[in-house]
Design a protein around this ligand. Structure first.
Ligand code: PLP
Length: 398
């Protein structure tokens, strides 16, 4: 009955031309109408496209909460371009940043700051564990030079969902400023800027809003944007300049990804129709629960303890059975219509299954059936990981 009242709930249909489902954290499987929205060519200077840009900014702010105090600045490029733009534009050149890393994206933030020549230090928790409020408080107390803290909301390399509210509270209590890479969480995991004290967050079109790649956006306090003039190391990645020009002209400074913007507006419409962030979270959590229960039933084990499993992407250890070869497993899954994702861990052998995009629990049960078939064709008797991998997890989580 609830599904009848909410057409988007029933709108999960297989990709139109028989292409596989993308169980990857962006690009991901988009709705047919999102793809269809790209069949028009828009003039970048034209009033229609300027109205589309204004609508995009308004709709993103509505999802972010925080009201009038914040503004949304879209920027061309993939998510990393927008992270670099946020760091380079919003952190003053004489600032010092504490990076909270627990995976590849946190490490990329530290690397970006190194290349920009910006002072920073790193708390590195490895692959398995989240940074916690008390250790952030300790690090800030120990180093008064730190002005900013950067944290990854959902660390997509492992799928860990970091405790953003606890960290925000520690940063605020120490009188420092927080920037959030919410790339793979925004739109699905709640982050209400009315409640979480932060200067800015960054996300992109091709993650939980379910648009296509081409641009990202920084949502930042207007006071922070206004103070960012002259900070940037770069012309094209200058968030202040993009904001200033967009506010004055309604235009992007350089060629905008017009088709990706049109697709994003349709994706935002579907996001709202589905019931916004809470409904999207519920669907993604159902996807996660179905794939985790099903693959555990085959003997697979998750990298993370249940408590830290995000509804965005789940990492599974590779089976210890020598008959298991990831490349072959990947091909067998693809033949059955599912593109999975290799692991991105620094230690254990693993692979990942994304829970986001136009998929539901029914699709996830098909994924599990496909995995069972793939194991059988490879002659893998047990999908259980090496005992050593599990022991390491237990030690680190203790
Ligand atoms: C996807 C993602 C990014 C950006 O990656 P791109 O490949 O540049 O789009 C950054 N941080 C996180 C946490 C991500 O999931």
């Amino acid at each position: 009955m609830t599904t009848a009242a909410n057409p988007a709930q029933t709108a999960i249909v297989p990709p139109a031309r028989g292409e596989p489902y993308l169980l990857t954290p962006g690009p991901l499987t988009t709705a047919f109408s999102t793809k269809e929205a790209m069949l028009v060519d828009w003039g970048s200077w034209d009033g229609c496209f300027r109205a589309m840009t204004a609508e995009l900014r308004r709709a993103v702010l509505e999802i972010a909460g925080g009201g009038d105090a914040y503004d949304c600045v879209p920027l061309q490029g993939s998510g990393s371009y927008c992270v670099e733009a946020m760091l380079g534009s919003l952190i003053p050149r004489d600032g010092k940043t504490l990076v909270l890393a627990n995976g590849a994206y946190g490490q990329r933030i530290a690397r970006t700051l190194s290349i920009l020549g910006r002072a920073h230090s790193v708390i590195d928790k490895g692959d398995y564990l989240p940074p916690r409020g008390p250790e952030v408080a300790d690090a800030l107390a120990a180093d008064p030079a730190i002005t900013h803290v950067v944290v990854v909301h959902c660390e997509t390399s492992s799928g860990i969902l970091n405790p953003i509210e606890e960290i925000a509270a520690a940063v605020q209590a120490a009188g420092r400023k927080l920037l959030i890479d919410s790339m793979s969480a925004f739109g699905a995991v709640q982050i209400d800027l009315d409640r979480v004290a932060c200067e800015a967050l960054v996300s992109s079109a091709n993650k939980c809003i379910e648009g296509v790649p081409g641009f990202g956006f920084v949502v930042a306090r207007k006071t922070v944007l206004a103070a960012a003039k002259g900070n940037s190391h770069s012309l094209s990645l200058d968030i202040y300049d993009q904001w200033d020009v967009m506010n004055r002209t309604g235009q992007w400074r350089f060629t905008p990804p017009t088709h990706a913007v049109a697709a994003f507006l349709e994706a935002l419409r579907l996001h709202k129709l589905e019931g916004g962030q809470p409904a999207r979270l519920a669907r993604y959590a159902g996807n996660r629960d179905a794939v985790v229960a099903g693959l555990r039933g085959l003997g697979f084990e998750t990298l993370l303890a249940d408590r830290w499993l995000s509804p965005i992407i789940v990492t599974f250890f590779s089976p210890a059975d020598p008959a298991f070869k990831f490349g072959q497993f990947y091909d067998l899954m693809k033949q059955q219509g599912f593109i999975i994702y290799p692991g991105k861990l620094t230690v254990a052998d693993s692979f990942r299954v994304g829970c986001i995009g136009q998929v539901d629990a029914h699709v996830m049960r098909q994924v599990v059936a496909a995995a069972a078939n793939a194991l059988a064709s490879m002659g893998v008797a047990s999908a259980a990981p090496a005992a050593a991998a599990l022991n390491e997890r237990k030690l680190l989580a203790a």
